[in-house]
Design a protein around this ligand. Structure first.
Ligand code: ZN
Length: 197
């Protein structure tokens, strides 16, 4: 199975969702995330973060705050040897209060603008991409472009065959059982990373 790219929602999937996070001090990676991203990195599957950041349009923080948060996420991931290949965000919201950002855009999820932009910039086949999110809009975003949508909160409902039964782990004969332990919430990411070989 070939995966062209994995798109991850940011808040609630890569880091804890505290609502309108805009201070690098509050960045906390969720358990299992860096291991899963690292595994995708090792399989040469590009990983992108795509997030709605309507706090900008709402006047809660400046757009310039967003890359600083991403730098902190990258710093924490780097400690575990993991890398995100690109960051996309939508600062818009039609009913926002900052005129510049209070627009009907093409990038706010569930619209697929961010995925389309990434596909253009990185020559990706979205029909072989995965979109992982914790909200219905993420599933819709992936579905809109033919990418495989995947909810990080509903692993048990997904009909993903156990990859260990079908594919040998590409890096070692014995898949690491440890990485599957106590990681229910992010098992989908780990399962996904196993698929990428
Ligand atoms: Zn937008």
């Amino acid at each position: 199975m070939n995966i062209s790219a994995v798109f991850l929602d940011r808040d609630g999937v890569i880091i804890g969702d505290i609502g309108y996070l805009n201070d690098p001090k509050h960045v906390r990676l969720l358990p299992g995330v860096s291991g899963a991203i690292k595994s995708l990195n090792e399989h040469h599957v590009p990983v992108f973060s795509v997030s709605n950041q309507s706090g900008v349009a709402r006047g809660m923080y400046k757009e310039q705050a967003i890359p600083l948060v991403h730098m902190e996420i990258e710093r924490q991931l780097a400690k575990d040897g993991a890398t995100i290949d690109g960051w996309y965000w939508c600062p818009h919201l039609p009913q926002g209060i900052v005129p510049e950002y209070a627009i009907e855009c093409e990038c706010r999820k569930p619209k697929p603008g961010m995925l389309l932009q990434a596909a253009k910039e990185h020559s990706l086949d979205l029909s072989c991409a995965w979109m992982i999110g914790d909200k219905e809009i993420d599933v819709a975003t992936g579905g809109a472009v033919g990418a495989k949508p995947h909810s990080s909160k509903q692993e048990q409902k997904l009909s993903i065959p156990n990859p260990r039964r079908h594919l040998p782990h590409p890096r070692s004969r014995k898949p690491s059982r440890k990485s599957f332990r106590n990681r229910k919430k992010h098992q989908s990411l780990l399962v996904l990373s196993q698929w990428s070989g």
